[in-house]
Design a protein around this ligand. Structure first.
Ligand code: NAP
Length: 256
């Protein structure tokens, strides 16, 4: 099962897993787009792709996905908690309701969907959960970074609890990836140097390789591995200033 399967990183997971011959459950809000995707993946790869329309910013949406994940008659072997978005503007410009919606999608949905799927996986002695975080988890970047830091901590903690059970959990922490993400948030990306952009299909290839290796945290691509290595060594206070400055110069700009 892939949440946020219809675009960007989720769509890349769907393409790769379908090409590898896996049946899929595709989750997002736009039913028509989900149906088109399911038909295309079925026609191209001969797999069965089911559609589950759900808004993970709502209780009813999360509940419907939880229900499907805890159905032991249709076990899910791999859950990719990928659905996510950015809010427009700096902390004080964003309505608190929108920040809470982000926490619902990035944290509550990830918590509840993981909790729904893991007991069945543990009983079967195998399974995997990939929680899509971000390199923003490692630097002070407002509610978005804080929510992704929660994803990393949560994933590492549960992975430790389940060590030896046959169930693997991994937080995937990509840098900038060319998807619909920045456009949806109204962010300009004209000042982002070309070398900073990652390709979604390559991110997924690296992620699945790291999952197979048993990593709990995956930072795809050597450029971002090196950057995150430097971030780990930098004093926290300095890091806030430097990342804010470089973010303004080279990062996606605030909404126009
Ligand atoms: N792009 C980057 O630079 C980047 C970097 C690091 C991490 N990430 C993370 O990667 C993940 C995927 O991002 P992306 O770049 O691939 O974004 P994207 O291209 O905008 O795709 C987002 C996907 O999530 C779905 N979605 C959004 N809100 C949802 C909701 N409330 N309920 C259910 N589905 C929802 C969208 O479909 P519907 O609109 O139909 O629901 C779409 O399928 C996110 O968690 C993001 O934080 C992205």
């Amino acid at each position: 099962m892939i949440t946020g399967s219809t675009a960007g990183i989720g769509a890349a997971f769907a393409r790769r897993l379908a090409a590898d011959g896996h049946n899929l459950v595709l989750v997002a809000r736009d039913t028509e787009r989900l149906r088109e995707q399911a038909t295309e993946l079925h026609d191209r790869h001969g797999i069965e792709a089911k559609v589950l329309t759900a808004d993970l910013a709502t209780d009813s949406g999360i509940s419907s996905v939880e229900k499907r994940l805890s159905d032991r008659k249709q076990p899910v072997d791999l859950l990719v908690n990928n659905a996510g978005f950015a809010n427009k503007g700096a902390f004080l410009d964003v309505p608190v309701a929108d920040e809470l919606t982000m926490l619902k999608v990035h944290c509550e949905a990830v918590l509840r969907l993981t909790s729904a799927v893991v007991p069945g996986m543990r009983a079967r002695g195998r399974g995997g959960v990939v929680n899509v975080a971000s390199v923003a988890a490692f630097v002070p970047r407002g509610t978005y970074g804080a929510s992704k830091a929660w994803v990393v901590q949560f994933t590492q903690g549960v992975a430790r609890d389940l060590a030896g059970s046959g169930v693997r959990l991994m937080a995937l922490c990509p840098g900038l990836v060319r998807t619909e993400f920045h456009e949806r948030a109204g962010m300009g990306t004209g000042n982002v140097p070309g070398w900073m952009w990652l390709d979604a299909d390559k991110v997924v290839t690296a992620a699945l390789a790291d999952l197979a290796r048993g990593r709990n945290v995956s930072v795809p691509d050597p450029r971002y591995k090196a950057l995150m290595g430097a971030v780990k060594l930098a004093p926290r206070g300095l890091l806030g200033g430097v990342t804010a400055k470089t973010g303004r110069k080279f990062g996606p700009s605030r909404p126009q």
